[in-house]
Design a protein around this ligand. Structure first.
Ligand code: FDA
Length: 569
């Protein structure tokens, strides 16, 4: 095709990429292109239907990345889902809108990312949000909020679905969980997340459809003359000019689209927003990464940055389900976020000190798996901070989602802060070949123990009044499989043969100081480059207690402002 030139070229028209495209194209004198492998899903019912979670799985809009066999977690491969569409993963996700703990975002600054803390990020959560104040019937069904936490003028519609589950469910859960020491939390979006809550969703309540990044940030703006989406087009690698001041200078992106191969030129910046299972892969294909890995595939080293693709952090999800004594309809939004103390009870301090004494081993093991690319000392610091979050700051240690649907009452849960870390690396210089993804699920004893312990806690909750009066037989795991007084090893083997990825991978291009193993700076600039950034889930240095999109929208908003400051005077 004929050469195309823009000021900014964004790779990936997903959750984060479309925020950046929108905000940068507000600068009238600059042109912005978005390269997206997928297509429009504007009219795709698998996307828009608010009760259609899962319908798009395995269809052409799901990348369905495969992991390596999971050595510590039953040996099998796992599917890591991600959206391949204008809107990215926000078009296929569960729509839960929950942010993070204040202390968790404050850690970003504490480890050296100047300017990134809860206080600076909070206005950007609000900037992105178009909170739909619940009507009185929704409040009757359990919608609850503090208006001061929310933004009402942002592009992203957030609220409770038109059809909420019958209002009797929340009081039942509330009474049950306060019996178990888990308090009620009116609104998890103010930075304190422990408790039972009815959280909002990314949903257009009045239209009764999913709200995704495309509906919020792209479609209403698609006619901006300086904003162009190049869809059905795969970005392969960055094209470089000669170095300037020892820094790598990007001049464009090599792509394969419907018209074949071409280069999309960028006169100012290339921004990777391809998601945490792709942006770091594009960096490696472009010569930025661990020389040992690049050499193996004859890729010339542009920047020696050995931690690219390391620090992959995901969570693991299991479910328990019961027969329901009633028939429930509507979109459930109830979840419980208990702390470690609430789950482990008076055993918590013993657990805390036993984990503490394992942290050095954890750090050693992860560093060894990376062949030393990630330094033990950096991992140890991260693990100690994580330990403090769990046991000193007492942030939530699990999320339990309740799904009273039809004649069943199910739950899904995941430990929020596992210690296991893995990696993603290229296996070929060919951009069409899949990368090797290894999250190392359950690598550490504590991660598996937490997964089993939480299942027991949930069974206990379903056996506690008044919730116990509304459910019957246990379908999963079922008492025949895991008996009332089953051993830890029985629980663990059930966990390992039934878990899945929780689809929250982060960290593969972590924002950290370069001498602490970072890939991007606090301006989200890739170290060693003049004009390449990563803006997506890859840059989160640590896993979060919230679902990811709310924070990704906020990070992308804040990053856009950082970029704009350099171009508008
Ligand atoms: P995102 O995946 O959104 O965007 C990346 C884009 O880049 C995609 O459009 C992709 O097609 C494109 N791309 C990739 N490689 C490319 C290439 N080489 N060339 C061109 N384009 C390329 N979160 C939440 O807040 N609430 C929830 O309920 C859930 N539930 C949930 C369920 C499921 C099934 C999943 C998979 C995930 C969730 N999540 C979630 C997580 C959340 O949706 C997810 O973390 C973010 O949407 C990721 O946003 P990013 O911007 O990082 O990437």
């Amino acid at each position: 095709g004929s050469a195309s030139r823009y000021d900014f070229v964004i790779v990936g028209g997903g959750t984060s990429g479309l925020v950046v495209a929108n905000r940068l194209s507000e600068m009238k004198g600059y042109t912005v292109a978005v390269i997206e492998a997928g297509d429009s899903v504007f009219g795709n019912a698998n996307v828009t239907d608010v009760t259609g979670y899962g319908r798009s799985f395995g269809t052409k809009i799901d990348w369905a990345y495969l992991t390596e066999n999971q050595t510590y977690a039953g040996g099998k491969q796992q599917i890591m889902r991600a959206g391949k569409a204008i809107g990215g993963t926000s078009a296929i996700n569960g729509m839960s809108y929950t942010r993070a703990e204040t202390v968790q975002i404050d850690l970003w600054e504490k480890v050296g990312n100047k300017g990134w803390n809860w206080r600076t990020l909070f206005p950007y959560y609000q900037k992105s949000e178009g909170f739909q104040v619940p009507t009185s019937d929704k409040i009757g069904d359990g919608a609850d909020y503090y208006i001061g936490y929310h933004g009402e003028r942002g592009p992203l519609k957030v609220g409770w679905p038109k059809m909420m589950t019958n209002g009797s469910v929340l009081p039942i859960l509330d009474e049950t969980f306060s019996e178990l020491g888990v308090p009620y939390n009116r609104d998890v979006n103010g930075g304190n997340m422990v408790g039972l809550t009815s959280h909002p969703n990314t949903v257009d309540r009045d239209a009764n459809i999913r709200e995704d990044a495309a509906r919020a940030y792209f479609w209403p703006f698609e006619n901006r003359h300086n904003l162009k989406i190049i869809s059905n087009t795969l970005a392969k690698k960055i094209v470089w000019d000669n170095n300037s001041d020892d820094l790598a200078v990007a001049i464009g992106v090599e792509v394969t689209g419907p018209d074949g191969n071409e280069v999309i030129y960028a006169s100012k910046e290339v921004i990777l927003s391809a998601g945490s299972l792709k942006s770091s892969v594009i960096l490696e294909l472009s010569g930025i990464g661990n020389p040992d890995i690049l050499d193996k595939h004859n890729i010339p080293v542009k920047v020696n940055l050995p931690t690219v693709g390391e620090n992959l952090q995901d969570q693991t999800n299991n479910g328990l389900s019961y027969a329901g004594e009633e028939f429930w309809i509507g979109g459930p939004t109830f979840s419980a976020l208990p702390s470690a103390e609430q789950i482990y009870g008076n055993r918590v301090s013993g657990i805390a000190s036993s984990i503490k004494s394992s942290l050095e081993d954890y750090a050693k093991a992860v560093s060894n798996s990376s062949n030393g690319a990630v330094q033990e000392a950096h991992l140890l610091e991260a693990f100690q901070l994580q330990h403090d979050l769990i046991f000193k700051s007492r942030v939530p240690y699990a999320e339990i989602v309740f799904l009273p649907i039809g004649h069943s009452f199910s739950s899904e849960y995941w430990p929020l802060l596992p210690f296991s870390r893995g990696s993603i690396h290229i296996q070929s210089a060919d951009s069409f070949k899949p990368a090797s993804i290894n999250p190392n699920y359950f690598r550490f004893e504590q991660d598996l123990d937490a997964q089993a312990e939480m299942a027991k806690f949930i069974r206990k909750a379903f056996g506690t009044a008044p919730l116990s009066q509304f459910v019957g037989e246990e379908f999963a795991p079922g008492l025949d499989r895991v008996s009332e007084n089953a051993s830890d090893s029985t629980w663990r083997s059930w966990v390992k043969s039934n878990y899945r990825s929780n689809f929250h991978p982060v960290g593969t291009a972590s924002m950290l100081p370069r001498d602490k193993g970072g890939v991007v700076s606090p301006e989200l600039k890739v170290y060693g480059t003049k004009n390449v950034r990563v803006i997506d889930a890859s840059v989160l240095p640590f896993q979060l207690c919230g679902h990811l999109t709310s924070t990704l929208y906020a990070v992308a908003e804040m990053a856009s402002d950082l970029i704009k400051k350099r171009y508008i005077f």
